[in-house]
Design a protein around this ligand. Structure first.
Ligand code: T4K
Length: 372
């Protein structure tokens, strides 16, 4: 095993020749973007693979989140989690919406449904939960609250590619679900994203919104954005999709080995593997508890000193960033579980090509007592 750096993730790259074959076709037909043949092909292939009815591809997950909120005309206040990547809340600010942070469940690290209702006001229009690390939210409880208060539900499903809960794809829940296909994700198109839509009419509207608001060649009826995915990205997605099952299988093996090697390490807790029928092993979060000899940050540094780049996703909480910290809902007293997770969680490297020897090296560093 070489001593090369081990990053939290490495993009999954199919054989280059397979991609060049697609590039040659782009060179031949000269359609580079604006809903070309590969774009259409990828939308169809993803619907089949993911078990959803309609998908609108995007140039990244953040623009897809912003557009999903626009499509549903969400305004006022939206209830969301502080324990996520900052793009979740940014998408609300970009729409002039106030994020209202609600605490998470300490076991799943997802929005805690039992705390949502207390945060609903006359201005609340929607809930934006995140399937954190690909672990499904309690979709039934969230829908029940949304129905009772006439709220929309937009899932930030950036981590949830290919995840099934007990009733099929988790992406079929809520009004819309948004995926990210960023290089660091389970399925990537270099940069990219998508909105999963329930019906053709919604998809048509979203397709217009991502293309500047054009309804036809001469009609623009809304200030849309440029959210289109290029043909190169779509082609890469098609190549990736041919290898996705092997990639997920590779991740599963990493997950299994970590769990068996870490099970007796005092003070290290793995997040429970529950709530999903089909997982995607997109992250491997551990909780560094008080009975571990080092703090989470000391362990993070110790790994770094050994060329192992684990990440503190998600620290700081979104509610602690200067842009958000003055909101009433950012008061840490109401976000104790989120705060606790942000101080304890370390995401260990996980990707299909991570070798067993590298996993053992990582666990050895974690297992060696005390400071290095
Ligand atoms: N909602 C949620 C819940 C999200 O997690 C995200 C994105 C979004 C929304 C927004 O979706 P996008 O607009 O991004 O589609 C990364 C990603 O940039 C971001 O996409 C992701 N979440 C977030 C959780 O992580 P960083 O700052 O950690 O990335 P970076 O560049 O430090 O990469 C991590 C490691 O991955 C590197 O140390 C090495 C490796 N890497 C990375 C890239 C980009 C590679 O080997 N090759 C690469 O090309 O944010």
């Amino acid at each position: 095993m070489s001593d090369k750096p081990i990053y939290v993730t490495q993009p999954f790259l199919p054989p280059l020749e397979e991609f060049t074959a697609y590039l040659e076709r782009i060179w031949e037909n000269k359609t580079l973007t604006n809903g070309g043949p590969f774009h259409q092909q990828l939308e169809k292939a993803l619907c089949e693979y993911l078990g959803v009815n309609h998908i609108a591809l995007f140039n990244n997950g953040t623009i897809a989140l912003i557009t999903a909120l626009q499509a549903l005309k969400i305004k006022g206040e939206v209830i969301t989690t502080p324990y996520s990547f900052v793009a979740t809340a940014h998408s609300l600010l970009w729409n002039g919406i106030e994020p209202v942070f609600v605490d998470i469940d300490p076991n799943t690290l997802n929005l805690d449904p039992s705390k949502i209702e207390a945060a609903i006001t006359s201005k609340t229009t929607a809930i934006m939960p995140v399937h954190c690390y690909g672990h499904p939210c309690n979709v039934e409880a969230i829908q029940e609250i949304a129905d009772r208060h006439n709220l929309k539900v937009i899932y930030d499903a950036a981590h949830a590619f290919g995840v099934d809960c007990h009733c099929g794809s988790v992406l079929n829940h809520g009004d819309l679900s948004v995926l990210s296909f960023h290089a660091t994700k389970v399925f990537n198109t270099f940069e990219g994203g998508a909105i999963v839509c329930p019906d053709a009419k919604t998809k048509r509207h979203i397709d217009q919104l991502k293309n500047f608001g054009f309804v036809d060649e001469v009609t623009v009826d809304v200030a849309g954005i440029n959210g289109k995915m290029s043909e190169v990205n779509a082609a890469f997605g098609l190549v990736q999709l041919n290898h996705i099952d092997a990639a997920l299988d590779g991740r599963k093996k990493v997950d299994t080995l970590y769990r068996s090697l870490l099970k007796d390490v005092v003070g290290i807790k793995c997040l429970e593997d529950t709530g999903k029928k089909v997982a995607n092993y997109s992250y491997f979060p551990i909780l560094v508890e008080q009975d571990y000899p080092l703090t989470r940050d000391e362990l993070y540094q110790k790994l770094k000193d050994c060329n192992i780049y684990a990440r503190r996703y998600f620290y700081p909480l979104i509610s602690q960033f200067p842009t958000y910290k003055n909101l009433n809902s950012s008061n840490s007293k109401n976000l104790l579980n989120a705060l606790d997770a942000s101080e304890k969680v370390l995401c260990l490297p996980i990707y299909p090509d991570l070798e067993n020897g590298e996993i053992k090296k990582i666990v050895n560093v974690i297992n060696k007592d005390g400071k290095s």
